[in-house]
Design a protein around this ligand. Structure first.
Ligand code: NDP
Length: 400
């Protein structure tokens, strides 16, 4: 009996839940547990009758560890798929330890009061997960997630050593709003307004936000401006890919998005420092989130494609070679299939696959692991099967 608890019922969770329901050969039951139970009930109502997977719902504040432990003991899932926000990661890991339930997430822990994300806090749980005999799979979205699996796959099948990785994340979708973010606005704006950084020769090189710009001709999309960002998978890939000399991450942004963001930053709307407003303390970025379009409302309006992948340069039998592995995804196709745009789709599908890998035992190993530490082959096959087919180019354009 394969039972999964999914925590959170936002954009990414909605896709993962649709996909679990499609995958009724594997999943017998899912419990959707989130802060606002009415959203879980609405999704259950929409999906019931379309699937043989049994769906239950529950209200939970994932930051309240005893409450979550009680729910886990009552529901007894084999694994928890954490699709709430990065702030909840450690509390959910604490609850999984106590209830002895496997843990899967898509984004590394970030303290709410500092816009800084790194794996340190979650890697500190390694010994406790080992002792409890349960697996934590970190970063099973697209980036991190699929990009890290692409890296492990390239290393396993194409290279003796990989020296350079450029991760390219292109969203060429147009939602028609002057300014909106494709996933949780607070998390998204914290990420893109932070300083950039990349890994080179064993250390981090820091840049100003959006300081490094390149233009790349993306397959199936065309030329787009992209900017170097700090991104979490760089930290674990730097440790797990032998022979690595440099890892960079680039994301595309249109000029209008950047102009709006700059203006919002200049007037203080992206700040996470609390301010007093009419006698009440508010955080400007959370207020901004409240006035921006809800990412889950972008689905019907977004047209165009995403292309996310990695360019590798390394050596095989002493000869230098290059390789590009990428996926393209069409916003409208995703909307037709699961009612969400491609950014949520490309994260929710690998989240479902990661849960299946752990629960099936293919990826079970007591401890805390990043996704590239497991055998990439069954995950790569599942991507083809579950809606994110990938392509390989052995002669890609390189990024300067
Ligand atoms: P949303 O804001 O749409 O959804 C978050 C959900 O979590 C909401 O349903 C929210 O409840 C719920 N939630 C928040 N706090 C709590 C809590 N304390 N207890 C219980 N539930 C809670 O976010 P997204 O779906 O856009 O993103 C989900 C995750 O996916 C994020 O961690 C994000 O960083 C990650 N992500 C990863 C990507 C990758 O490629 N690796 C790409 C994109 C996103 P409520 O409905 O009440 O607000």
């Amino acid at each position: 009996m394969n039972k999964l608890m999914i925590i959170g019922c936002g954009g990414v969770a909605s896709v993962a839940i649709h996909k679990c329901c499609q995958n009724s050969e594997f999943f017998d039951e899912i419990c959707i547990a989130s802060r606002t139970k009415s959203k879980c009930d609405a999704l259950k109502e929409k999906l019931e009758g379309t699937t043989s997977v049994k769906i239950t719902t529950a209200q939970v504040d994932a930051d309240n560890v005893p409450e979550l432990v009680a729910l886990l003991k009552k529901e007894q899932p084999q694994a928890v798929l954490n699709l709430a926000l990065p702030y909840q990661d450690l509390h959910i890991m604490d609850a999984c330890l106590e209830a002895k339930v496997h843990y899967i997430d898509t984004a590394n822990y970030e303290p709410e009061d500092t816009a800084k994300f790194e794996y340190k806090w979650q890697w500190d749980y390694r010994e406790r997960f080992e002792k409890a005999g349960i697996t934590a799979l970190l970063g099973s979205g697209f980036d991190p997630g699929v990009t890290s699996v692409f890296s492990a796959y390239a290393l396993k099948h194409y290279f003796d050593e990989i020296n350079y990785i450029d991760i390219l994340d292109c969203n060429a979708g147009d939602h028609g709003y002057p300014f909106a973010t494709n996933f949780n606005p607070e998390i998204n704006i914290r990420e893109v307004s932070a300083k950039g950084s990349y890994w080179e020769d064993g250390h981090w090189v820091e840049t100003e936000p959006m300081e490094i710009k390149r233009v790349y001709n993306f397959p199936e999309i065309g030329e787009k401006d992209m900017y170097l960002l700090h991104h979490e998978e760089i930290e674990s890939l730097a440790l797990n890919i032998p022979g690595i000399k440099r890892i960079r991450f680039f994301m595309t942004f249109g000029q209008s998005y950047l102009t709006h963001l700059k203006c919002l930053e200049d007037v203080g709307m992206t700040s996470i420092e609390p301010i007093m407003y009419e006698g009440k303390e508010i955080i400007p970025l959370q207020f901004l989130k409240a006035v921006l379009p809800d990412p889950s409302s972008l689905g019907p309006r977004t047209k165009g494609k995403t292309n996310i992948g990695c360019i590798f340069i390394g050596k095989k039998d002493g000869v230098e070679k290059k390789l590009y592995i990428y996926n393209t995804c069409d916003h409208q196709e995703c909307y037709k299939e699961v009612g969400s745009q491609a950014v949520a789709y490309t994260t929710g599908v690998p989240a479902m696959i990661g849960a299946m890998m752990v629960m099936s035992g293919k990826w079970q190993k007591p401890g805390v692991y990043n996704i590239e530490e497991f055998d990439p082959d069954p995950f790569m096959d599942a991507l083809n099967q579950w809606g994110l087919p990938w392509k390989i180019s052995e002669n890609p354009d390189l990024v300067e």
